[in-house]
Design a protein around this ligand. Structure first.
Ligand SMILES: [Fe+2]
Length: 202
């Protein structure tokens, strides 16, 4: 029996938070210390889910409760792998579990009815996230970013979203034109690594 912070306790704690508030930023502020505890659990991600895919970043669903009020995902980034500029349309936190990634933040600006193109995607910041660092996203104004691993070693990021992000309709944005297209990014594993019906990592 591990005494590390695990998913059953996380489910209880997030349940309390979601009863207290529906404000995205308030939820993020309260979930952040929970993600900090998860990031300290060195045994959280089993070995088969730590290896990069050769073709793209890997997206593994670790845990979600029955009501899908949130989901916990591990992303594994091989050297040089990139996530295009995207939004989430739900609150989320991104913790750095292993290695490092670069996150670029963007804002979508309405240039006015007569402007062509009407919308512009502006880069508003860039940060290199290292072990223990936590970033966050929430709609509508703090929701667009791109993530990459330009380094020589694999990286693992640990994400908590306010929905099953593997089913969440959202968008990939074209920085050059301001246009976007619909996307759903499905998980690379069929079933969660940890079942909500077992005591694993509780
Ligand atoms: Fe993202």
């Amino acid at each position: 029996m591990s005494h590390s912070y695990g998913f059953k306790q996380l489910e209880r704690d997030i349940g309390v938070i979601l009863q207290e508030t529906s404000d995205h930023k308030a939820i993020i502020d309260k979930v952040k210390p929970l993600l900090e505890q998860l990031l300290q659990n060195k045994n959280l991600i089993p070995a088969p889910y730590r290896t990069p895919r050769p073709d793209k970043y890997a997206q593994y669903l670790l845990y979600k409760p029955d009501d899908e009020a949130f989901s916990v995902i591990a992303f594994v980034w091989g050297p040089g792998q990139v996530a295009p500029v995207h939004d989430h349309l739900v609150w989320g936190l991104v913790g750095l579990y292993e290695g490092a990634v670069v996150e670029k933040r963007y804002r979508r600006e309405d240039r006015g009815q007569s402007a062509e193109p009407r919308y512009a995607i502006r880069e508003v910041g860039e940060v290199t996230a290292r072990r223990g660092d936590i970033s966050y996203v929430y709609p509508p104004d703090h929701d667009i970013h791109g993530v990459s691993n330009p380094f020589g070693e694999p990286a693992i990021t640990l994400h908590i979203y306010g929905a099953d992000i593997g089913k969440q309709p959202r968008h990939i944005h074209d920085v050059a034109t301001g246009n976007y297209r619909d996307i759903i990014t499905r998980h690379d594993n069929e079933a969660p690594v940890y079942s909500s019906h077992t005591a694993a990592s509780s």
